[in-house]
Write a new protein. Structure first.
Length: 318
């Protein structure tokens, strides 16, 4: 745990739990230790990096606006442009939504129950009001796709539909059920958001139809479902996200100490970040035998590479 205090154009990071602070502050650039202040002096431009590293383990001694006003306060705290929203978001949800809009490819990693769904919907509202997107695709576990539908219905003026999987239709065989699943997309008209579960993407006909709909924003709820790069779920998620202008991953499950799983997730978030597994494993994986992973290398470099994509701001609402 650390405390964070604004100091002019800098901020002071003071360790509360020393071991954790020493371990994580290695990944923060341009810091210097002050014996007088009993902490590190860090440029405020490193604010997002510090928050991403420490997450909920931060005691804020200054308001968020004090940290970001010289960086670009609109990125973090502007509540303008959220047309179509029928609820008052928490400040930290506005921060996450604006981060996703600004970075275009992002992973919102707040802890469970802190409104990651709302942040993704807020990001869509802002992009739609700015006419940067027209409709969005939400890929989610089957168990929560109707929760997404309720969130749109109860808290927004946007039209959303669940794309039912073939297994939800009656029929003698898969081809008949797939035909009914496709028919729903033809008959239901135009919507703002289309919600589909991961497994449905494995149906090639439905996958192709979704691609034809030309979404330029995709949200992956529980994106850690894509961590196994060899799974059909991960491969199809990668394909549906590739080339999209805006991609948002949502997950409260930490992956930062498992490079192979990070590869699976971040190739979905931004396919240009790690173009191939071959180059990735040469950089970050140690083998002790054919195909047997014995450890990892260059972890600070890997962390620094993914850090600009991640936001974890779960204490900023206090």
């Amino acid at each position: 745990m650390i405390s964070l205090e604004c100091l002019g154009n800098d901020m002071v990071v003071r360790p509360i739990e020393l071991d954790e602070a020493l371990r994580k502050m290695r990944y923060v650039d341009n810091k210097r230790w002050s014996n007088t202040l009993e902490g590190w002096i860090v440029p405020r431009t490193e604010f997002n990096n510090v928050v991403a590293l420490f997450g909920i383990n931060i005691k804020f001694l200054s308001s968020v606006d004090d940290f970001v006003d010289n960086v670009d306060s609109n990125i973090y705290s502007s509540q303008k442009g959220f047309d179509g929203i029928n609820f008052k978001p928490y400040p930290f949800q506005v921060v996450g939504a604006n981060f996703a809009v600004q970075t275009k490819k992002s992973l919102i990693a707040d802890y469970m129950g802190l409104g990651k769904t709302m942040q993704a919907i807020l990001a869509y509202a802002k992009l739609k009001s700015e006419k940067k997107v027209r409709k969005m695709l939400v890929v989610t576990p089957a168990s929560v796709k109707y929760q997404w539908l309720l969130a749109f219905a109860n808290m927004t003026s946007f039209k959303a539909m669940v794309v039912k999987s073939p297994s939800e239709f009656s029929g003698k065989n898969l081809e008949v059920r797939t035909g009914k699943a496709l028919e729903q997309l033809d008959l239901m008209g135009e919507y703002d958001a289309y919600i589909v579960n991961y497994e449905t993407l494995s149906n090639q006909k439905i996958f192709d139809r979704l691609q034809e709909m030309k979404f330029n924003m995709v949200v992956f709820d529980e994106i850690h479902y894509t961590k196994n790069r060899l799974s059909i779920r991960s491969k199809k998620s990668y394909e549906i996200a590739k080339g999209k202008q805006y991609v948002i991953g949502l997950s409260g499950t930490p992956l930062e100490n498992n490079p192979p799983e990070l590869f699976g997730v971040f190739r979905v978030v931004d396919n240009t970040l790690f173009p191939t597994w071959t180059t990735f494993e040469k950089s970050y994986i140690k083998y002790v035998g054919y195909g047997i992973i014995g450890g990892y290398r260059n972890l600070p470099r890997l962390r620094k590479k993914i850090q600009p994509y991640i936001i974890r701001l779960s204490l900023i609402h206090i």
